[in-house]
Design a binder for this molecule. Sequence first.
Ligand code: AP5
Length: 183
Amino acid sequence: MEMRIIVAGVPGVGKTTIMEEVAKRANYRIVNYGTVMFNIAQSEGLVRHRDEMRKLPIEIQRRIQKEAAKKIGDMENIIVDTHLTIKTPAGYLPGLPVWVLDNIRPNLIVIIEAKPEEIKGRRERDETRKRDYESEREIKEHLEANRYAAFACSIYSGANVLILENNEGMVEKAVEKFMEALK
Ligand code: AP5
């Protein structure tokens, strides 16, 4: 069976770190949804940095999201590094509305999680990004929103949901569990 996997988690939880390790061991094409969207937005002169995308007018974010879904939908044997919800100034934007799910057709949705205090610390130490400040309470709310969204996507698409802990200093353990799920 062809596997089409979605990996999601709040910003700074460590999805990309885990996917970099998975890429060395798994025979999958790993696609970063944000990069596909960023390439479209940048080519239109809308943003200079990927962290500006979630501040664009919502209708523009939705249009670019749809274009990215079509491009990614044509790819095979993929792991898509993306978001269940994107925190915008106008509320949570769903990362996997029906037009994205219908294109990607996932059979597994993996949510990467960590404790709110761990996520807060990782964001503060990561100097490569322009991350918005969030309190531990706000991060907890975002983690919960992602779980609700994951199960809504699961019911719609039939994909399983796997919740994977990426605890402090335990990247290798999370990668091993991810590889186990691919079997
Ligand atoms: P995206 O590129 O996915 O940005 P992001 O959410 O900020 O995710 P990152 O990849 O930067 O963070 P991460 O969680 O992977 O953490 P990292 O591995 O870097 O998305 C960009 C934008 O695209 C979004 O904002 C949105 O606008 C748009 N977008 C994407 N998908 C969309 C969709 N479907 N619809 C609409 N818009 C969409 O790790 C962070 C730090 O933690 C690092 O310093 C790392 O070394 C450290 N770390 C990681 N794991 C551990 C550990 N176990 N212990 C200690 N430190 C750790």
